[in-house]
Design a protein around this ligand. Structure first.
Ligand code: MN
Ligand code: MN
Length: 494
């Protein structure tokens, strides 16, 4: 057997000159490369991580064997049966949001396999596709055992097939950046913006918290997945290098800015709420903001500059949102908890508030004050006062509720007219993304527009819960309002 290094460079050169069809027919620009990068430049693509099929299969086999044997071993300990509802909320939220998203990313990888113009990229993406198959399967397999304990776990498979608001938002994002663009753009949006910048956060941060929480199975699944992500996420950086070399820096920057912002919104929801509110205090490794600063902002910025690109133009808006966006999303989603497929804890007991105030100075005067109002209603036996009175307005780009920094008044109304219709946006970057390609985004109906069109019957909270298929499975407070009382004794007395 030859060493890999002795044959790899020859074997990976699989470009040829087509005789029976034109180059354009073989690689239509709208599927492959609308930027017109010359083939000679594509052939300089150098994947940073080199692996042969034999090596891939043997490593993956070991990884799967490891994870499934952990599954069998911990099944006997009944961790999920016994664990805190707070931890279950993290599991349900993660699996419902992530399992099918990983599955759908197979299509993005497959686009790179077929239409990528660099042979090395096609190789890497073939392994990436196999990775995502495994990630979809493994994350459907683990929670499947728990459906008999708790039917909300069935939302692992169900969530993305419903009109649940977070599912609509996530589908809109995945459709946009994973599966509806050419191979070159997909390589940047999926592997560089989504995977390099953000999946680290969900996977590394949660793996740390999971192992502290004693959830060996979850920690093992997500660490195992992360090792694959760390490999195939490397597809995108050399594509950016090539685009810059081809004089397409502005185009590269634009697709990066679009996908980075869209991904930020989704992860601040998923990881932000899980880290700062759901994870029991004793098991928290870092705050969401600390993690963002360390893992996302510093590392991502350094990488961008190395590649000859700049920070996205909205960097200051991003830094500002890191301070408040997920706090608002937590308060809002807890209020609308019947529209969730898990039971969110309030996560604002006196000790937790002290932690939040320490990590986010000013938290008590803003979010804390609002939670205090809820707490009082609970103590007075008026939990019904914590229920929403109307539906929220959502953004036409991220499909998340319109959120502003506390104290912003009047709310800035960001609109855009397109072919006789008015679109509403939560923030400047979401509107900017729409303006880059109105044809791509126009016509997609928000929850509010679906209510106006008569799809939500009756057009109120109850109707919305039914529209989201959550009449039976909708969330309740994950700790039965324990957070509203100063101590356990006070709670009993109350
Ligand atoms: Mn994956
Ligand atoms: Mn991936």
């Amino acid at each position: 057997m030859l060493e890999r290094s002795e044959w790899y460079d020859i074997a990976r050169r699989t470009n040829w000159t087509p005789k029976f069809v034109t180059e354009e027919q073989l690689f239509p620009p709208e599927m492959s490369d609308p930027y017109g990068v010359p083939n000679e430049l594509w052939e300089t693509y150098d994947e940073p991580y080199k692996v042969s099929y034999t090596e891939y299969v043997s490593v993956q086999r070991e990884k799967d064997q490891g994870t499934y044997s952990v599954k069998a071993a911990v099944a006997r300990q009944n961790f999920v049966e016994k664990c805190d509802e707070r931890w279950r909320a993290i599991l349900k939220f993660h699996f419902g949001g992530v399992a099918l998203a990983e599955s759908i990313s197979q299509l993005g990888e497959a686009r790179l396999v077929r239409f990528g113009k660099a042979p090395g990229m096609r190789n890497m993406a073939t392994f990436g596709l196999l990775d995502e198959l495994r990630h979809g399967q493994i994350q459907l397999s683990f929670p499947h055992d728990w459906v008999q304990l708790d039917r909300q776990f069935a939302w692992t498979h169900k969530a993305l097939h419903t009109n649940e608001w977070g599912a609509i938002a996530l589908r809109h994002l995945l459709d946009d950046i994973f599966i509806s663009r050419d191979a070159t753009t997909t390589a940047v949006m999926l592997t560089f913006a989504f995977e390099t910048a953000f999946t680290n956060m969900q996977f590394l941060a949660l793996a740390a918290d999971a192992s502290k929480a004693g959830d060996v199975a979850f920690s093992s699944v997500i660490s195992s997945i992360q090792t694959d992500e760390a490999r195939h996420a490397q597809i995108g950086a050399p594509v950016l290098t090539i685009l810059v070399k081809a004089g397409k820096t502005a185009e590269a920057q634009k697709i990066l800015d679009i996908s980075f912002w869209r991904t930020w919104k989704m992860f601040s929801l998923l990881t932000g709420m899980s880290m700062d509110y759901y994870t029991p205090l004793a098991q928290r490794e870092a705050s969401f903001k600390e993690f963002m600063e360390e893992w996302i902002l510093n590392q991502f910025e350094r990488q961008l500059l190395d590649l000859g690109l700049q920070r996205p133009w909205y960097w200051d808006i991003l830094l500002d949102e890191i301070e408040f966006f997920h706090h608002a999303m937590h308060l809002g989603s807890w209020t609308f908890r019947r529209t969730l497929w898990w039971n969110p804890p309030g996560g604002v007991s006196p000790e937790e508030r002290a932690w939040l105030e320490e990590k986010y100075p000013g938290w008590n005067d803003t979010w804390g004050r609002l939670w205090e109002g809820y707490g009082q209603s609970v103590r007075e036996g008026r939990e019904d006062l914590c229920d929403p009175q109307s539906l929220l307005l959502v953004c036409t780009m991220c499909h998340l509720p319109m959120i502003h920094r506390p104290g912003t008044w009047p709310f800035p109304l960001r609109t855009e007219e397109c072919q006789g219709r008015t679109y509403l946006f939560c923030c400047e970057p979401c509107r900017w993304i729409f303006r880059q390609d109105p044809d791509r985004y126009k016509g997609y109906m928000t929850l509010n527009e679906r209510a106006l069109a008569g799809e939500i019957v009756p057009p109120n909270y109850e109707g919305a819960v039914a529209f989201m298929s959550l009449t039976e499975d909708g969330g309740r407070d994950g700790t039965n309002f324990a957070w509203a009382y100063p101590t356990a004794e006070a709670r009993k007395a109350g």
